[in-house]
Write a protein that binds this ligand. Structure first.
Ligand code: DAH
Length: 342
């Protein structure tokens, strides 16, 4: 009996070595462990073994049975892993060593200018804040001293959502949140994408970027505002630029101003981009209205502040001489490729 068992062990080892699929392995399992399998037969034959050898033979057969079961389980795992590896190797995979195609992206000019501005303002002690694009009426209007039915709401054609929220028409929508977050004193800039339901042409887009700035402290005055605006613009352009301040009306400022910059495209002569005026409105700004400070939890008797809403998209057009604002939203790699070396 012992010889029979050893011979079977050798045969099994030989046969499992040749197995290369799950089906073959199953056939082998049935041949050895199935109802009429070799190991099962040995157990059945035990009854013919003389009594004194029965115990030892039984143990030997059970040991073999365990060995066969273990080997089959191990082989099952091996085959599964091999199948998985083959599938992975056959699939199309990302190859980080392949050279790039001819067309490739680069930073968008708006990103480039935004980063410049962030650096300039961070060096002047401003924090950089992020804010939602979908906001509510309170954030975009009411907290900014624009009550319902105020005619100023018509100044900005708003995209309303069916749930009553709206797409931010101005980065000023974050002013109230930031005042409540930090209290006074504070210095913050918050760039963001804004949306207005406008017909598009060379200088209007329904989607554009602004960068809002807010500085609140004791004794902040218009001269602080002018200083920061001039510093910012000369840093961005790397040279002194012509600007002019005009009075402007915004419900959330008192007083409010329009800061214009000489049109760099036509050099001030007049072109379609500046509506032939030679000037481009770049940065509306003003002293924060006392109602807005109060609504933000800041005492207007103690603190004053200035705010500005820089037209980031417009600034990019000025800086790089982009004639048509729509090029900036075109997603065209041809546009981007020109800013690769910036
Ligand atoms: N939010 C205004 C707009 O989009 C621009 C603006 C004006 C922002 C005056 C300001 C400000 O912070 O003080 O038309």
């Amino acid at each position: 009996m012992k010889n029979q068992i050893d011979a079977l062990r050798l045969r099994f080892a030989d046969e499992i070595g040749k197995v290369s699929t799950q089906d073959e392995l199953e056939t082998l399992r049935v041949a050895f462990l199935g109802k009429k399998g070799e190991v099962t037969n040995l157990l059945k034959n035990l009854r013919d073994v003389p009594n004194e050898e029965k115990k030892e033979a039984g143990q030997l057969i059970n040991t073999l049975k365990t060995e066969v079961e273990t080997a089959i389980a191990r082989k099952t795992d091996e085959l599964r892993e091999a199948a998985l590896n083959a599938a992975i190797q056959g699939a199309k995979r990302y190859n980080p060593t392949l050279p790039a195609g001819e067309e490739h992206g680069s930073y968008h000019p708006i990103t480039l200018v935004q980063r410049d501005l962030e650096e300039i303002f961070a060096s002047m002690g401003f924090t950089i804040e992020d804010y939602a694009e979908v906001v509510n009426d309170y954030q975009c209007f009411e907290s900014l001293n624009i009550p319902p039915y105020h005619p100023a709401r018509d100044m900005q054609d708003t995209f309303y959502l069916s749930n009553g929220q709206l797409l931010k028409t101005q980065t000023s929508a974050a002013q109230n949140h930031i005042m409540k977050k930090y209290g006074a004193p504070l210095r913050a800039i918050f760039p963001g994408r804004c949306f207005r339901n406008e017909a598009t042409d060379a200088c209007h887009e329904n989607t554009f970027f602004q960068m809002e700035g807010l500085m609140i402290d004791r004794d902040i005055s218009i001269s602080n505002l002018i200083y920061f605006m001039k510093t910012m613009l000369s840093e961005v352009f790397g040279r002194p630029v012509n600007v002019r301040l005009r009075p402007g009306y915004f419900p959330f400022t008192e007083p409010g101003f329009e800061l214009d910059i000489n049109c760099e495209i036509c050099g001030g002569k007049g072109c379609p981009s500046c509506k032939n005026s030679g000037w481009l409105e770049l940065c509306p700004c003003g002293m924060v209205h006392p109602n807005v400070l109060r609504e933000g939890g800041i005492d207007p008797e103690e603190y004053t502040g200035f705010a500005f809403g820089l037209g980031l998209t417009r600034l990019v057009m000025m800086k790089y001489g982009v004639k048509d604002i729509r090029d900036l939203n075109s997603g065209s790699l041809k546009v981007l490729s020109q800013f690769e070396s910036e």
